[in-house]
Design a protein around this ligand. Structure first.
Ligand code: GDD
Ligand code: MG
Length: 346
């Protein structure tokens, strides 16, 4: 069994966070996001992993290397220009000779992948999609299964009448198990989408196509600022289990600083007297000055928060400078190196 992680999207919905950091490696609780997916694959015994890249590939390769540090073997394939999700799979075909687990590179799930693999094998499927129930299906690929688990319908981002017609709330969770026979269906050197081209084609050909429906597992697409922040809050609230989280960082914290039990502070931070950190994640090398308050927020590495500044419900990029008494409110997302003058209200 091999794996392919689709990590070539531009991450436009996560801008400005993805201007200098490609989405697959944005830090989630201070770890590059892809490490969570790598952990899920490794736990199921899948260690031969190809990363399909297109946007800022060097940054990803530089950070993750050959994977030995994480107990896996990583390979990189970069498309000359984005070929779509199915096209990227075909483009990687020289290194995919076995049954392959395909991951969308922005899915956070505490899934026991070995169960999906067993389900796929028991059904002798050519393709198995992992599905998950959600409230608003319109932003996703909606998929309907029959009583035997066979997929009978797949509609990507349904709108209008199509949306009204759908009676199911199960969507494509972005984790597939595919046999090499699926590769043979996809045209070479062409832009192809799994969602708009390949899955409808599998249905048309009536191949064994199954849906594994997740039930109690955690699932989230981290590809928007709101969801990215939510992933952090869910980690801090203990809703996402089964992953390694680093909590024993070494930092210089004043005795009169208040850091609640939920919050995570990275290495080499300085936190001064009277500062308050509540339900937040602070990246490595951050400096938080006296009486500053940080609540329900995520702060990336090497940012400086000056005296009495207040940050609530926000995401602050790398190496920012938040001036004295500045207030940063709900939903604000600051790109790397932003400087806020003293007393700014953002
Ligand atoms: N290599 C490569 N090349 N990767 C790509 C390309 C490409 O041309 N286009 C997209 N990707 C990667 C993205 O980086 C991302 O990890 C993944 O493919 C999915 O793309 P998104 O842009 O995040 O798609 P989406 O979130 O709108 O929808 C997809 O995910 C939903 C679940 O979150 C679809 O698969 C939906 O059906 C699904 O429900
Ligand atoms: Mg997505």
């Amino acid at each position: 069994m091999q794996a392919l992680i689709l990590a070539g999207g531009k991450g436009t919905r996560l801008r400005p966070l993805t201007v200098y950091t490609p989405k697959p490696i944005v830090p989630v609780v201070n770890r590059p996001f892809l490490l969570y997916q790598i952990e899920t694959l490794r736990n199921a015994g899948v260690t031969d992993i190809t990363l399909s890249l297109s946007y800022q590939p060097d940054k990803i390769e530089h950070l993750l290397g050959n994977g030995s540090e994480f107990g896996v073997n990583l390979r990189y394939i970069t498309e000359p220009s984005p070929m779509g999700t199915g096209g990227a799979y075909k483009f990687a075909s020289d290194s995919l000779r076995e049954t392959t687990v395909v991951f969308n590179g922005d899915i956070l799930a505490n899934l026991d992948l070995s169960r999906v693999i067993e389900f796929h094998e028991a059904n002798k499927a050519d393709a198995t999609l992992t599905l998950v129930p959600v409230e608003d299906v319109s932003r996703y690929g909606v998929s309907e299964v029959d009583k035997t688990g066979r997929i009978v319908r797949f509609v990507e981002k349904p709108q209008g009448d199509e949306l009204a017609d759908l009676k199911v709330n199960t969507i494509n969770a972005g984790i597939y198990i595919l046999e090499p026979s699926i590769l043979d269906m996809i045209a070479k050197d062409a832009n192809r989408s799994f969602e708009y081209d390949v899955f409808p084609d599998i249905l048309k050909r009536e191949l064994p196509f199954y849906g594994y429906v997740m039930k109690d597992e955690y699932w989230l697409d981290i590809g928007t600022p709101a969801n990215y922040l939510r992933a952090h809050h869910d980690f801090l609230a203990g809703k996402i289990t089964g992953f390694e989280i680093e909590t024993d960082a070494v930092s210089d914290i004043a005795t009169k600083a208040e850091i609640d039990k939920r919050s995570v502070v990275g290495d080499d931070c300085t936190i001064k007297s009277g500062a308050r950190i509540l339900n937040s994640v602070i990246g490595p090398g951050v400096y938080i000055d006296e009486k500053a308050t940080i609540e329900n927020s995520v702060i990336w590495s090497h940012t400086r928060v000056s005296t009495a500044a207040e940050i609530r419900g926000a995401i602050i990029g790398r190496s920012c400078h938040i001036g004295r008494n500045a207030t940063v409110g709900e939903g604000t997302v600051l790109g790397d190196k932003t400087t806020l003058t003293d007393y700014t209200k953002a």
